[in-house]
Design a protein around this ligand. Structure first.
Ligand code: PLP
Length: 396
């Protein structure tokens, strides 16, 4: 055990199952440890470092804004916040935004907005239907929204008002809908749940159902948003317009920020209904503005589409080669490979030893969530290491 691993063991809450690596520096899609060993990073800080580590545009936005104005409060107007609001609204189908500091706060805020809408326009309806295997964050209410028992069980009783139903199953949503339902909240593709892609028609059907019942459709785009699946927002690939979306992760290019955006008719908050001390602060907003502006200007989602297909082709080849690979799934640069056994931890550690960082999203599945501006060469390099590790597994 290294010195820092010992310090963590002694002083940090026992919450994370960490890999045996202390990262001290990052640049582009590479990171380095204390000994100067280099790693190709296909985890991007859990889908956060969308332009890689320390991208000049992100660094310069942070530096300039830090020298100008880091924080005041939402008692006053600040320009970076309003510029980011304008940019996100003008490039989406939504009309208004609220900024938070994380994805969980964004989804929590979105649910509060839907409940407020229910109170004002749906006779007090408050239930939110979410999906099994979903992930919406770690606040107490969002563990109830998250349809995975393992996140709920340690904290029961979790807050009321969330019904978890099967993903990719419209009938399950229909059955769960009643007069108390104010919203359905779904990820366009489930990320933490193992990268589960629904049928093409699913979100359209859910949209129609929400319209029929006059209830709110929230898409949690904390993971799928900001170019991750090959369009600026995930909903754009499913032919629908949601009433609310949530953002986080890649929004700040590595700096913490979250957001939820809503259509005008659903934006029913009045002063005092919601708020945040740090949410929408100038430093985070200037950084997110620079990040999103760059992503739009350089059409990064198009690179994601192209490189994503290239990655899929590589993974498909591996599937043909190794019979213990069960499935390749995902879109853009949110992809997973599933095995017929629980080998992902072992595989991730072996990749680490060979200089590649990947994420064991499930005991039997590896997730690929690299920076969005990677090249074919990066994919070739990662796949060479990955294939080497799999060959080894095959021989064990
Ligand atoms: N929603 C989705 C879809 C996520 O993937 C995550 C995090 O993985 C969250 C919400 C929570 O975001 P955060 O960890 O920033 O609170």
């Amino acid at each position: 055990m290294t010195y820092w691993h010992g310090i963590e063991k002694q002083f940090y809450m026992n919450t994370f199952k960490r890999m045996p690596l202390t990262i001290v520096q990052g640049q582009g899609n590479r990171v380095w440890d204390e000994q100067g060993n280099e790693y190709l990073d296909f985890t991007a800080g859990w889908a956060v470092n969308c332009l890689g580590h320390c991208h000049p545009v992100v660094v310069s936005a942070i530096t300039e804004q830090a020298k100008t104005l880091m924080h005041t409060s939402n008692q006053f107007y600040t320009i970076p916040q309003l510029k980011l609001a304008e940019l996100l609204v003008q490039n989406s189908c939504l009309d208004r935004v609220f900024f938070s500091n994380s994805g969980a706060e964004a989804t929590e805020g979105a649910v509060k907005l839907a409940r407020r809408y229910g109170k004002l326009h749906l006779n007090g309806a408050f239930n939110v239907i979410t999906a099994l295997n979903s992930f919406h964050g770690r606040t107490l209410a969002m563990t109830a929204a998250t349809g995975q028992r393992k996140f709920q069980e340690p904290y029961t009783p979790t807050p009321d008002g969330f019904i978890n139903v099967e993903y990719n199953n419209l009938d399950a949503i229909k059955k769960a809908t009643n007069d108390n339902t104010c919203a359905v909240m779904l990820e366009p593709i489930q990320g933490e749940g193992g990268v589960n892609v629904p049928d093409d028609s699913y979100l359209k059907q859910v949209r129609n159902w929400c319209d029929d019942k006059s209830i709110v459709l929230i898409l949690d785009e904390v993971q799928t948003g900001i170019g991750r699946i090959g369009s600026l927002f995930g909903y754009q690939q499913f032919g629908i317009e949601p009433d609310i979306i949530t953002l986080g992760k890649g929004l700040g290019g590595g700096f913490p920020i979250g957001a939820f955006l809503a259509k005008e008719n659903v934006s029913v908050f009045a002063p005092g209904d919601h708020g945040s001390t740090f949410g929408g602060n100038p430093l985070a907003c200037a950084t997110a503005f620079a990040t999103v502006n760059f992503i739009i200007e350089y059409d990064i989602p198009n690179n994601v589409k192209e490189i994503g297909e290239y990655l899929t082709a590589h993974l498909d080849k591996l599937k043909n080669k190794f019979n213990f690979i069960v499935e390749i799934r995902g879109r853009g640069l949110l992809q997973a490979i599933q095995f017929d056994g629980d080998w992902s931890d072992h595989i991730a550690r072996s990749c680490l030893e060979r200089g590649l960082l990947i994420n064991a999203v499930k005991p039997n599945a590896i997730r690929f969530i690299p920076p969005l501006n990677i090249t074919r060469g990066d994919v070739d390099e990662a796949m060479k290491i990955f294939e080497g590790v799999l060959s080894h597994i095959g021989n064990e």
